[in-house]
Design a protein around this ligand. Structure first.
Ligand SMILES: Cc1cc2nc3c(=O)[nH]c(=O)nc-3n(C[C@H](O)[C@H](O)[C@H](O)COP(=O)(O)O)c2cc1C
Length: 349
């Protein structure tokens, strides 16, 4: 495979991506205390908007106040955040790259982060609580659509609420939201329905989900494949992450090649591999395994122009060392998100 394929369009069911390198959803852990997007984040999107990317995901953005996953997480749960979404779309989408808002609920990860509101877990939620979260996903997606976002991604990975529901380890319910894989996936399927009802069937929707559980069991894989199949072609693509989504250190190869390879045989929806990709070679390995696109996070924190480097230079390799610094809350005094990159930019206006 030639790396030029990375810069060719990818036609999905409801949207065509101009390329196959995706900037994966990435929090800067920098939002204002009330959830508004800080100036430096607009500048980051502005910088990415000039790059030869196929799609730009926003940060994990919270759909409901009780679901705030950390104290620096961006929010989009009411219209006071509308202008933030519009501005992200304007900055990141300025050269025509689709911009997709990742929306999610922190579930148990909201403990200590949601201002003392009830903390929802799969085990303690009433059906009315579930309905309110599902409604929040639909309403947030509609707000994102009105703000110009080209689609939304449901965050069902990394042990946030939808992901907690899908793991038997966190979900001991005995009703229709627990037990079988399809039951544990039901809340996610209902969020998907709510988004479609609010935004229309033609609105692009993506899913991010873990391809494995703590032990990489066959049961989890079987349930995952069945859950994805159950959604038919309602998702435009499914991004495959994992239980250990962002290990420290320099990866030798993309993290989830084997899972992508298997899923490619078992599901029809286009797949995106995210994690551990640091070079064109890694990107092509993921495509050869069956992914339709590749998604990267830390390499773009380290070098926002990494996609250009892949395109324009031979054997470009990310400078990211996987040091873990980028997981800390942003220090507003230094604005250093990645020690290799130096301070984040600020917008001109
Ligand atoms: C600082 C940081 C913030 C992240 N924020 C998100 C997020 O908001 N939503 C999400 O789904 N994943 C998030 N991730 C995970 C990445 O999207 C990605 O799955 C993971 O880092 C592996 O990709 P990489 O090896 O290219 O970094 C984050 C990762 C990092 C390093």
């Amino acid at each position: 495979m030639d790396k030029r394929i990375l810069f060719t369009p990818l036609e999905l069911k409801r949207i065509t991506l101009p390329g196959r390198i995706v900037r994966s959803a990435t929090e800067l852990f920098a939002s204002e205390p009330d959830g508004h997007v800080p100036a430096c984040e607009f500048a980051v999107f502005d910088r990415l908007g000039g790059e030869p990317l196929g799609m730009i995901l926003t940060a994990h953005t919270c759909v409901s106040p009780e679901g705030r996953a950390n104290l620096r997480q961006n929010a989009f749960w009411d219209d006071s955040f509308f202008a933030d979404g519009e501005r992200i779309r304007r900055c990141a989408g300025k050269n025509g790259v689709p911009v997709v808002m990742q929306i999610g609920h922190g579930g148990m990860k909201a403990e200590g982060n949601n201002g003392g509101l009830p903390v929802f877990t799969p085990d303690n939620m009433t059906e009315e609580n579930i309905r309110s979260v599902v409604r929040a996903f639909g309403e947030t997606a509609l707000r994102a659509k009105r703000a110009g976002m080209d689609g939304v991604m449901l965050h069902c990975a990394h042990l946030y609420l939808l992901s907690q529901f899908f793991y038997p380890k966190f979900n001991h319910r005995t009703d229709r939201y627990g037990g079988s894989g399809l039951n544990r996936f039901r809340i996610t399927a209902e969020c998907l329905e709510a988004v479609k009802a609010a935004c229309g069937n033609d609105y692009p929707v993506f899913l991010k989900i873990n391809g494995d559980d703590e032990g990489g069991t066959e049961e989890y894989y079987r349930d995952l494949a069945e859950a994805i199949r159950s959604t038919g072609d309602a998702f435009d693509a499914v991004e495959i992450s994992g239980w250990h989504s962002a290990p420290l250190g320099v990866p030798e190869k993309p993290y989830f090649l084997e899972i992508v390879r298997r899923l490619k045989e078992d599901v029809e929806v286009p797949l995106i591999e995210v994690g551990g990709i640091r070079s064109a070679e890694g990107m092509l390995m993921a495509l050869e395994a069956g992914a339709s696109a590749v998604s990267l996070s830390r390499p773009f924190l380290c070098e926002p122009d990494f996609a250009s480097k892949i395109r324009d230079t031979e054997n470009a390799v990310s400078r990211c060392r996987g040091c873990g610094f980028c997981f800390r809350p942003l220090d507003n005094a230094t604005l250093v998100r990645c020690p290799t990159a130096g301070p984040l930019p600020l917008p001109e206006d």
